[in-house]
Design a protein around this ligand. Structure first.
Ligand code: GDG
Length: 498
């Protein structure tokens, strides 16, 4: 099992001659005005957990959109700030966060528009129609160019590895390589890659594919997404595909297509659950919610149409309809994290979820009991861990999901080797976790309801066996393995060994 220390050593050893640059839309530290002061917050994100130690270990640079309302007040003339803020002992390693600015109009076109009304539904086949607007596309192109300029400014005269995150930057590799063909550029696409039939409707599909093929390595969570990408290339552009090497040659340049399943910091989560802070939160929740003698289902999702929250509620409805003996004995605690609320589909979904919860609670509630507790309150890390530990089962019912970190966090938090994972077959995580989890098809309401029943009735011994197995898988395939494999491949590629 690889640890944070192994990763830091690998980064120091292999990346010492290069500047390591991570690029993402969301920043790892955000400055906000709060209660009359400027505060530096660390957004809860699996990506930050994975990449923060690497960037620290090699004193690299992280380039991201400066979205905090106090972000501009703390940066230098080149929009840079050292993070994390130094504590008194001054021993914490730091790195440079370079912020890229954009107007509301640009953010609307690049982020809400092309990225999230266009590419997000295009890549997740969840039957929400993608929307392609030329004005959004122009903003997307311009913001990709702006990120390229910001990066090029920082790496002038230096060797660098650029590690780009996600679908917000499909054109960035090309803009970088046009100016600096010597750079090593890798990109990780955190969402699925669809089949060629689905992808072909995008009006700017060739620009996107050519942009991505400027990478030296392009990573996906699953082999299935790599295969879809290669199929898409085969159908859409002139390029040679080497299926054995899993690579594409275009204009004399090779791009390796690789699968790296993302994960979580198993060790950290598994030890943090026993902390006093998590215990205090657990006690608080036990008082707040009446979970005594109830089978507790827990859901933690961004309110997004890909996450299958309505389908989860429908399955619970079916269970109670078919097996009324569970009325009063089961409760679903669903945390819905508000997301992309400027987009109409997300607003509508939020309303539909509220209405369905209201309907179910009206239909079944008795003696002060209701089947669903829906909360949208911000939860901190300790609160999330406390809820994972309080649950009998964690229910992930995504209609499509690149990986799904919630399922892996739940497993990592169950140091007690108890708890059941109910997992959609359409979440990338199901490839690794199918043996220990109860696998569902969220579109099949009856079968989903039967699976909930199976979970409620599962003997303790089987719960333990399954959880033990799941924990071995996540412990071995942790976040450090994910990033170490990517770094090793980038380095090997540079030495022309692959
Ligand atoms: C994309 C892909 C892929 C949620 N609410 C709160 C909170 N969270 C945290 C969870 C988890 C993360 O957010 C959600 O990660 P997921 O992987 O489940 O989903 P996406 O946001 O859609 O992520 C996905 C991922 O990228 C990584 O590649 O797995 O497939 O769609 O860590 O714990 N954290 C806190 N409060 C909340 O209220 N603190």
């Amino acid at each position: 099992m690889l640890t944070r220390k192994d990763l830091q050593e690998l980064a120091r050893e292999k990346l010492s001659n290069h500047l390591f640059v991570v690029v993402s839309n969301r920043e790892p530290y955000i400055h906000v005005f709060k209660e009359g002061e400027t505060k530096c917050l660390r957004p809860a994100s699996g990506l930050v957990t994975a990449l923060d130690p690497v960037v620290k270990a090699c004193s690299g640079i992280w380039v991201a959109h400066g979205s905090g309302n106090a972000d501009k007040t703390v940066v230098d003339k080149k929009s840079r700030v050292m993070v994390p803020p130094q504590t008194n002992d001054k021993k914490t390693p730091t790195y440079t966060l370079k912020r890229v600015w954009m107007s509301k109009e640009e953010e609307d076109g690049y982020y809400y528009g092309f990225s999230n009304k266009g590419l997000w539904p295009l890549c997740h086949i969840a039957y929400t129609r993608p929307l392609f607007k030329y004005s959004d596309w122009l903003h997307y192109v311009n913001i990709n160019k702006r990120f390229a300029s910001a990066i090029l400014e920082e790496i002038e005269g230096k060797n660098a590895f650029i590690f780009i995150q996600d679908y917000h930057f499909a054109l960035l590799p090309k803009f970088l390589k046009e100016k600096r063909p010597d750079l090593n550029v890798a990109q990780f696409w955190h969402i699925p890659w669809p089949n060629p039939e689905a992808f072909r409707i995008c009006p700017w599909k060739n620009d996107i594919l050519e942009g991505l093929l400027a990478n030296d390595i392009l990573g996906f969570h699953l082999r299935y997404f790599c295969d879809n990408f290669l199929e898409t290339i085969d159908r859409e552009i002139e390029a040679r595909i080497d299926r054995e090497r899993l690579s594409v040659f275009k204009g004399g340049k090779e791009t390796l297509i690789r699968c790296y399943p993302i994960s979580v910091d198993f060790e950290e989560i598994s030890s943090h659950v026993t902390s006093e802070a998590v215990k205090r939160k657990t006690e608080k929740f036990k008082k707040e919610f009446d979970f005594d003698n109830k089978f507790v289902l827990f859901g933690l999702d961004r309110i997004d149409y890909t996450k299958g929250i309505l389908e989860k509620l429908q399955a619970l409805d079916r269970l109670l309809e078919k097996y009324p003996e569970y009325i009063g004995k089961i409760v679903l605690l669903q945390k819905g994290t508000l997301s992309r609320i400027h987009i109409q589909e997300y607003k509508n979904l939020n309303d539909e979820i509220d209405a369905l919860v209201e309907k179910l609670n009206w239909k079944y509630s008795n003696d002060g009991w209701s089947p669903v507790i829906l909360t949208k309150k911000d939860l901190n890390y300790e609160e999330i861990l406390a809820l994972y530990r309080l649950a009998d089962a964690c229910v992930v019912s995504s209609l499509q999901d690149g990986m799904n970190l919630v399922s892996k966090e739940f497993v990592a938090s169950r140091r007690d080797e108890d708890g059941i994972l109910i997992l959609s077959q359409f979440a990338g995580a199901s490839r690794e976790l199918e043996e220990g989890a109860l696998i569902i098809n969220p579109y099949d309401t009856d079968n989903f309801a039967e699976t909930l029943k199976k979970a409620i009735e599962m003997p303790k011994k089987e719960r333990r066996q399954r959880m033990k197995f799941l924990r071995q898988v996540v412990e071995e395939n942790n976040i450090y393995k994910w990033i170490s494999e990517i770094i090793s491949d980038i380095v090997t590629l540079e030495n022309n060994y692959i």
